[in-house]
Design a protein around this ligand. Structure first.
Ligand SMILES: Nc1ncnc2c1ncn2[C@@H]1O[C@H](COP(=O)(O)OP(=O)(O)O)[C@@H](O)[C@H]1O
Ligand SMILES: [Mg+2]
Length: 300
C-alpha cells in the first residue's frame, strides 16, 4: 500500500509511541546536518521480552537511497514501520524525525478493489489538479491508458506499478518500501528494479528499501545497511563506478561488495554461488578493487 502519511504529525506519533522528543545532541557538522531528512536516535523496539531493535541510530540524507538487508525476522519491517509511524502495538523508546510528505509501499499493492486504477492513485490526494497529476504519474510508471481499469484486471507487476504511482504522486520526501518486489516473478522484478531506480533518480526522494536480496540492494542503493541482532552491523556506501567505467572495475566492486554483505549476513560462499560470469568477468572479480574511492553512482 502506498499509504499517504502526510497527515501524520510526528509529535503526535511520538507521544503515542512514548518516544522521547528529539534533543539537539546531534554532533554532526551543521552543513551535513541540514541535509539530513531522517534522524533516528537510540531506537529501541521490543515484543514481550525480545528486543528487536536495540538502540539504533541512523541518518538518511536528502535524496539518499538506502537499502536495508537482514535475515527474515531480524526486525527490518519493525524498523520501517517505526519510521512510518505505523508501529502502534510496539513497546519502545528513542527518537525519530522524518520529513513530510512520506509514502510507504508494501509487498502487496493493497489497492482498493472497488476503485479504478486512477482513483486508487489519487485517493486522498490533496493539492491542485489531482486527476492530471494522477494520469501523469501513471504514465511515468508505464500504465498510460489503464486509468479506468480495475485492480483485479492487472497483473501483480502492474498492481505494484499502481502502488508506486500512488506513492510518487504525493512527491514524497521519504519513500519507505518494504520488500516491494518480493512477490513478483524474476523478470517482472528486474523491470521493477529499473523502474524504481529511474523514478528515484528523477524525483530524488530519500528512500529506505527493505529487501532480502543482496543484488537488488547493490544495484539500486547508494548505501546498504545490514541489520543483525537489533543493530546495523554493516553500513557501507555502494560506491559503484558509473556505467562509463571499465566493466572490469565495475564488476570487481560489485563482487567485493556482494562478498562483504553475504559475509555480514552469515552466508557462506558455497550457499550463494555468484551468477555465471564470463572469463573476463571472472578475471575482473579476482583482481583487487581499485574502485572504492570513486564517487558514488547509482545504477539505472
Ligand atoms: N506485532 C508483533 N507482535 C509480536 N511479535 C512481532 C510483531 N511484529 C513482529 N514481531 C516479531 O518481531 C521479529 C521481527 O519482525 P519483522 O520486523 O517483521 O522482521 P523482518 O521484517 O526482518 O522479517 C519477528 O520475530 C517477528 O515475529
Ligand atoms: Mg519484513
Amino acid at each position: 500500500m502506498a499509504q499517504d502519511t502526510e497527515r501524520l504529525n510526528w509529535a503526535a506519533v511520538a507521544a503515542a509511541n512514548g518516544h522521547a522528543r528529539e534533543t539537539s545532541a546531534n554532533s554532526a557538522p551543521e552543513a551535513a546536518a541540514a541535509d539530513v531528512v531522517v534522524r533516528v536516535r537510540q531506537l529501541v523496539r521490543r515484543f514481550g521480552a525480545r528486543t528487536i531493535l536495540d538502540h539504533v541510530d541512523l541518518d538518511i540524507r536528502r535524496g539518499e537511497f538506502v537499502a536495508l538487508l537482514g535475515h527474515s525476522g531480524c526486525g527490518k519491517s519493525t524498523f520501517l514501520r517505526s519510521l512510518a509511524g505505523l508501529d502502534y502495538d510496539v513497546v519502545g523508546t528513542g527518537s525519530i524525525a522524518t520529513p513530510q510528505p512520506m509514502a510507504v509501499v508494501f509487498q502487496d499493492a493493497r489497492l482498493l478493489p472497488w476503485k479504478s486504477v486512477l482513483d486508487n492513485v489519487i485517493y486522498g490526494l490533496r493539492g491542485p489538479a489531482p486527476q492530471l497529476r494522477g494520469r501523469e504519474t501513471l504514465r511515468e510508471v508505464g500504465l498510460e491508458g489503464r486509468e479506468s481499469a480495475w485492480p483485479s484486471d492487472l497483473s501483480g507487476g502492474e498492481q505494484q506499478r499502481v502502488a508506486l504511482a500512488r506513492a510518487l504522486v504525493r512527491s514524497p520526501q521519504l519513500l519507505l518500501a518494504d520488500e516491494p518486489f518480493g512477490a513478483l516473478d524474476a523478470l517482472t522484478r528486474l523491470r521493477m528494479h529499473s523502474l524504481l531506480g529511474l523514478l528515484c533518480q528523477r524525483h530524488r526522494p530519500a528512500v529506505l528499501l527493505v529487501t532480502h536480496d543482496v543484488d537488488e540492494a547493490i544495484h539500486l542503493a547508494d548505501r546498504i545497511l545490514v541489520l543483525n541482532h537489533g543493530r546495523f552491523s554493516i553500513d557501507v556506501p555502494t560506491l559503484l563506478p558509473g556505467r562509463d567505467a571499465a566493466t572490469t572495475v565495475r564488476l570487481a566492486r560489485i563482487a567485493s561488495l556482494r562478498q562483504q554483505l553475504l559475509q555480514g549476513l552469515g552466508v557462506r560462499p558455497d550457499d550463494a554461488p555468484p551468477p555465471e560470469h564470463t572469463r573476463a568477468e571472472k578475471q575482473a572479480i579476482a583482481a583487487p578493487s581499485p574502485a572504492t574511492n570513486e564517487a558514488p553512482r547509482k545504477a539505472a
